[in-house]
Write a protein that binds this ligand. Sequence first.
Ligand code: TYM
Length: 334
Amino acid sequence: MDKKSQNEPFYDIMLPMSKKVLLSGIQSSGKAHIGNYFGAMKQWVDLSNDYDCYIFIADYHALHSLQNPKEMKENITNLLLDYLAVGLDPEKVTLFKQSDISEHTELCWIFDTITTMPYLMRAHAFKDAEAKNKDIVVGTFNYPLLQAADILLYSPDAVPVGADQKQHIEISRDTAEKFNRIYGDTFKIPEPLIMDKVAVVPGTDGRKMSKSYGNTILLFAEYEEIKKAVMSIVTDASGGIPKNVYAIHNLLRPASELLPIYESKTGKYKELKELLIEDLEKFIAPLRERRKEFAKDIPKALAILKAGGEKAKKVASAKMNEVREKIGVNVYYD
Ligand code: TYM
């Protein structure tokens, strides 16, 4: 037996194959809507048996648009309850919040030092803010690099997101490649996981459903809120199939079921909307009830978040140590 094989660990063949890693998150900037669910959260739940999942609350990201501490606290707690209510089981999924893991902002700074301004100026969110002539904060400009840090610290195999996040994942890939080129192989190149059918869930006005457009159907809406949102869905006057109503309805029922109904009721917008209200209520009511159950014990939910943070911290700090070593700031001998 040569020296190398003597030293080779033999026990790793006896360990179970480690699962692939999945990471994703939502900003705590407002209430979750069905676009968040169908575009991202549903995939997290569906894949939670097959992946080692890290799902977090991007509270530091939310800071660039929300500077109200009371609202921030409420949003964090609300999003945690949402995560639990959609079926993210803390036994299988590590739930945590970004601000508990200082490595995210630390790594972001290191990425700042290898990224050029013209490169970040091509980001859609920055260009949109610029087009609106907003007073753009550095955090909005830098947003994609904090997201790159969120992702790269955990070496995920899959990052399930909606289509609007595609560019952010591309920036994370570019950033990982650039760091690896400068300092040697350190980061795994992340892959987005975008489900075609729900890549862009439309809102009540036909544009992408978004907190900032005010065109959402909330994921935990009460019946009256569902009714109000559906009744506000914009329909054209052609008398045919109402495109926006159909697109939202199609999230809940397959085309094979839905098309015959819509074809037999062409132009009957009110009836079709009433049917959508009933279908949304059937889908949302059990989620709403589960959420109310979790809301009865907020300290228990927060303990889950805190414990998840402790677990995530171990992964993030190991990666960060590797980064510190690579960039040459680890000078102590012990
Ligand atoms: P956020 O908070 O805007 O949205 C959370 C997730 O919901 C998806 N989504 C949609 N999908 C389909 N149709 C829609 N209308 C729709 N609206 C939202 C988003 O694509 C996203 O997957 N920057 C991220 C949060 C983030 C993150 C990360 C995500 C921070 N760090 C690291 C993944 C990995 C954001 O603002 O998502």
